[in-house]
Structures are given as C-alpha cells and as structure tokens.
Design a protein around this ligand. Structure first.
Ligand code: SF4
Length: 279
C-alpha cells in the first residue's frame, strides 16, 4: 500500500534503506523509476485510484472498530453504517478529490462504484456473520470476524517493512488479506510478491508462517495463493537482491525499462518528463 512510503524510514546500519513491497515492485518494474522515487525522492502525484483506495480502506477500518452490541438484530443497519462511514471518509477528502481535476461525472462514477464494492463486500460479510450468529450472539460473531487492521510490520534483519490490511485469527488459523479496489481480479506477480513479503514479515515477528494469504478484490471477492517455505524463500531472495542492486546512488546503475507503463492513453509515469528530458 502507498502508506508504506508515507511513514518515516526506520534507520538501519545494514541497509541503504528499508524496502517495502511497493519499493521492490517499483524496482522490478523499472530501476530508473525506483531511482527517481526512492533515491532522488522526486515528488509523486496521487490518482483517483490511490485516493479512492485509501478512502475504502479507512471505511473498512472504521467498520471493524464498531462496538456491536449483543442486542443487534438487524444486520441491514450495519450495512447502513458501513455506507455512512464511506460517505464521511469521501467527504473528508473533498479537497484532494477536487485537486485531481476530474469531471463531476467521473468523480460520481468512482463514488458510486466504491459504494457498490462495499455493498458487495458486505453481502459476503453478512453471510458469514449470520452463520456464526447461529452459535454465538451477534456481538461475539462480529468480534470473531474482525481482523487486526492496518498492522505495521518491520524486519530490521531483512530491511523490509509493510502494512498488512487485515489479519484474521480464526480457529487457530492465521489468514492475511490485502484489500484491493482494482477493476480486475487478476492475481499478478506483484500481488503474489506483496503477499509473500507479508508472510515473511509475519513469520519474522511471530515465528509462524500464516496459514492463508489472499487478496480481497472488493469488486469480485477473495482469491488465495499457496503458502509454503519456498514462497517465503523466494520473497527473501527478492528482498536481498533489491537491497544489493539499490545500494548505489549513481543513476547509471538504474537502467530505464521502457514499457507501456511509461505512457498510456490516459496518463504517464510520474517521472516521464524528467526521464525523457534529461537522460
Ligand atoms: S518513464 Fe518509463 S523508463 Fe522512465 S522512469 Fe518511468 S517507467 Fe521508467
């Protein structure tokens, strides 16, 4: 998540900088982009996707901090509360949203689409809640389904940090989930590496490999990947390799990787102008 870059870096004597799933995936996409973002620290712009993603994440965080009483009978009221949280969070970001310069219809599209995603997510959540409520009161069932959210993990040994969206502990099993508001539910290599790094961070901090790793594509549902030692090993190798390849501050050690991600029909890489003007 973008939050990984918003926090102050933790000092370490062994690494040039602490990496994150985002920084590692940026390096793998284009070393020159990594150089501009993490070494030269040129400013980046925000986008409706980042902003909307943040608003939806905050909404789920608010929802999971609800104090649900055992007397609650009407699950529909929970859905109303969820959507109210979303509207409050959306309104709180009005300034940033207007700065994007999008047409009103476009903003309305993202606003309404986010509500649909949350309603879709809620229908699955309420099914689980109803099932668990048969054996527990609704407050206990809600607690069982409430993950630890936005947990920060750091490994100074490996020089990596990450913010895990949701950690569920159910029946002795640990399930790590990342929420995505993307328009596709494709589990990409970037996603797999991000999840593998979370598993490494979890193991480093708790001495245990999580049982399940997945992404909740809020528009479509959950998808999981297999978790085993080899997944964690390959993630540790990626982390080590990126540390080694990013110890230099010489731009020449960060080649450009020119692809369709440099410029596309509706946008361009944050560093496109610098990249093609100066070098
Ligand atoms: S414009 Fe393309 S080559 Fe240049 S930094 Fe961005 S992704 Fe890399």
């Amino acid at each position: 998540m973008p939050m990984e870059e918003q926090k102050t870096l933790v000092p370490t004597v062994r690494f040039s900088r602490i990496q994150s799933p985002s920084s590692i995936n940026t390096f793998k996409q284009c070393p020159r982009k990594y150089y501009y973002q993490y070494i030269q620290r040129l400013p980046t712009t925000t986008s409706i996707h980042l902003l909307r993603g943040g608003i939806v994440h905050s909404t789920l965080e608010d929802f999971f901090s609800l104090d649900v009483t055992p007397a609650l009978k009407d699950l529909f009221s929970l859905k109303t509360v969820l959507i109210e949280f979303f509207k409050n969070n959306w309104n709180a970001k009005q300034k940033e949203l207007s700065r994007l310069g999008l047409a009103e219809e476009a903003l309305k599209f993202y606003h309404d689409e986010s509500i649909s995603m949350l309603e879709f997510w809620f229908s699955s959540f309420s099914d689980k809640l109803s099932l668990l409520s048969k054996k527990n009161n609704v407050a206990d069932a809600f607690k069982l389904l409430t993950p630890k959210v936005e947990q920060e993990y750091i490994s100074t040994k490996l020089g990596i940090r990450g913010f895990i969206d949701a950690i569920h502990e159910i029946d002795g099993k640990v399930i790590i989930l990342d929420y995505k508001t993307s328009s596709k539910d494709t589990m990409t290599e970037d996603h797999k590496l991000q999840l593998a790094i979370y598993a490494v961070l979890y193991q480093e901090n708790h001495g245990k490999i999580p049982d399940c790793l997945g992404i909740n594509f809020l528009k479509f549902g959950e998808k999981y990947i297999d978790v085993d030692e080899s997944l964690l090993l390959s993630a540790k190798e990626e982390i080590k390799s990126v540390h080694e390849k990013t110890s230099s501050t010489n731009i020449n050690n960060y080649p450009k990787n020119v692809t369709s991600l440099c410029k596309w029909s509706t946008g361009q890489c944050d560093f496109y102008d610098t990249c093609f003007k100066n070098y």
